[in-house]
Design a protein. Sequence first.
Length: 439
Amino acid sequence: MFNLYYFLHVYFLSKEIKYLCTKFINSMNQGQLLKIAQEYGSPVYVYDAEKIASQYNRLTKAFSGVKTLKINYAVKALSNISILKYLKSLGSGIDTVSIQEVQLGLAAGFTADKIIFTPNGVALSEIEEAAKLGIQINIDNLSVLEQFGTKHPNVPVCIRINPHVMAGGNSNISVGHIDSKFGISIHQIPHLLRIVENTKMNINGIHMHTGSDILDIDVFLHASEILFDTAKKFKDLKFVDFGSGFKVPYTAGDIETNIEELGEKLSAKFNNFCKEYGRELTLAFEPGKFLVSESGNFLTQVNAVKQTTSTVFAQVDSGFNHLIRPMFYGSHHDIDNISNPKGRERFYSVVGYICETDTFGSNRRITEITEGDILRFKNAGAYCFSMASNYNSRFRPAEVLWHDNKAQLIRKRETFNDIINNQIAIDFNVKKEKQTVKK
Ligand SMILES: *Cc1c(COP(=O)(O)O)cnc(C)c1O
């Protein structure tokens, strides 16, 4: 007899097993991480190169049905120069959002043709600077498009369209809605076409990025139809760029974008579109989180275990100055105690040392914690170090890359000099006037 509960049980169990398998195959082990914390100190970010490569290969494989695929890693997710060089060695290009990221990419050895610049709300001069370097620019504002096209009609430009399809796991990272500041609205296409006609500029690419955490493939495919319809209005396209927003699992049983299914369905749609368009175009993506999130481990040391009437706090040598996602987005990061992986499980609230509430995780089941233990935060590759600050005048952590079975330091821990370096101390002479007491 068909039993729904039994079916659901098996379904979720198989999902869990699949998740655990990918974890085992691709993760560094706890012992290796512990050694790194002992050697390089804490807090420290550790990235597993193997995992970045396997995600990169998974993505290219999913879209192997497309003739020309271009992957431009979104630098803002994790911008260490060695990570960029590693992605370059895999064959990736990069997507940048500031002229500094462009410069970082060039410093990492990317040639201009491997870089796309997709800023939002920057000065025209910054876009011109990137274009002058030969970087593909992507414009998402009609006023800027008109100014740029008037001044530089010969520079090919990609346009970022907002298809107004709701996607995204969190209102802060969902960028496709009607009042979003991102992209040129599909309702403004007639105006856009008039600008292109008047300036005689060359539109060589069309782009969308609907936000992070795509949960529903059909929503994404629906947006792609809108993008294809828009693309048909431009005769000289070289590429169609679908941005990113692929969701990765943050904990066992968590939903993730089914990249294999998306690859199959979108590739078919794209190939059809190329036929109708009459030319083979390049299909481009700009994943950040998908490529680097799961490669990252953030290691912190427990300074104190503090028991209150209702809660046991584990206070670590870090805070939202180093990893802000839980406080900023309400994101979940799995936490485990790599110093005592086989211990008895208890419930803890893991908190930081910042002088404001900075809770990494409440009521987490973690193996018994002793002061001095190393706690590991998983999925700490994307938007973790790159959002770190010096708040509370703390040093930002060191970063280590695990590659070919060895650890290599890729960013030194900061020192007091990094805190004081750009500050200018003004001398205020203390006036030594005689104190006169008026009567
Ligand atoms: C941030 C960003 C991305 C990367 O998004 P992820 O969710 O990290 O994959 C891609 N394209 C643009 C334009 C972005 O701003």
